[in-house]
Design a protein around this ligand. Sequence first.
Ligand SMILES: O=C(O)CCC(=O)C(=O)O
Length: 283
Amino acid sequence: MKANKLTTAIGEITTQGYTVIDDFLQPAQLKSVKALLARINGQFLGRNNFEGGKTERIYSLLAYDKVIQDIVEDARIMAICEAFLEDNFLLTTSQSICIHPGETPQPWHADDVFYSIPRPRPMVGLSTVIAIDDFSAENGGTEIVPGSHLWSDEKIGGDYREGDNERDSAFAERMASQSIALEMPAGACVVFAGNTLHRGGENKSNGPRQALSNQYCQPWARTIENFFLSVPRELVREMSPKLHSLLGYSVLSPFMGQVSGSHPLKTLEPGYLPPVSRLKPPC
Ligand SMILES: O=C(O)CCC(=O)C(=O)O
């Protein structure tokens, strides 16, 4: 990303809580992602109103294909993360989101709502939503409340932590009246502060709205996905040093995240066993 574009992106996230990178995916990447999703979608539907009863999500998506790994560690996203997060920030989730026709709007939320630090406060994470189909107000394009990353808990009000705030119609209307629906072409990406209020929109069209969402967090925050358990170590070994770090094979200086006193990268060495497993069993 050219220096002036990066400065603009950082400035927009700081002032309005989000920025859009229009030409984010290269055409070949978009084609590969579409082919991947066509191959692996069709297995799951959301289990609650937040995930969406007519929405399919595939988690730990980076484990499925190198094209997703490249998108996760895209240099432009890494540069934005470096501006807002501490060294050795982490990937907190990597998922595809396919909103099918007839899906209702998602509850308004902030992606770093899990961290119970009172607002206003700095973001604990940074999120991306990458359009794989064109996003419109009709098909459930992400809706965002500009400037809401600066709001206090009191100013937000309502039940936004509860995950089902559509039942609080006054709250939902207040949010909707201040929000915008992002209309962006396939391949574009919105990057927003983890404390910006947003939601996946209602899909009133007759086609699916596919997206990817890679989200990042401070190196001291618990991640949404437990990649140590979901991404086999044989796959992790093949990944880049940056992805190792993003997946938690890194430490927050000096030793948060250590493994039995060693750097977690040691666990990727062939034949690694934790010290306790190297003890001879008692006779
Ligand atoms: O699908 C979208 O546009 C947004 C999804 C979202 O905000 C989420 O699942 O956390």
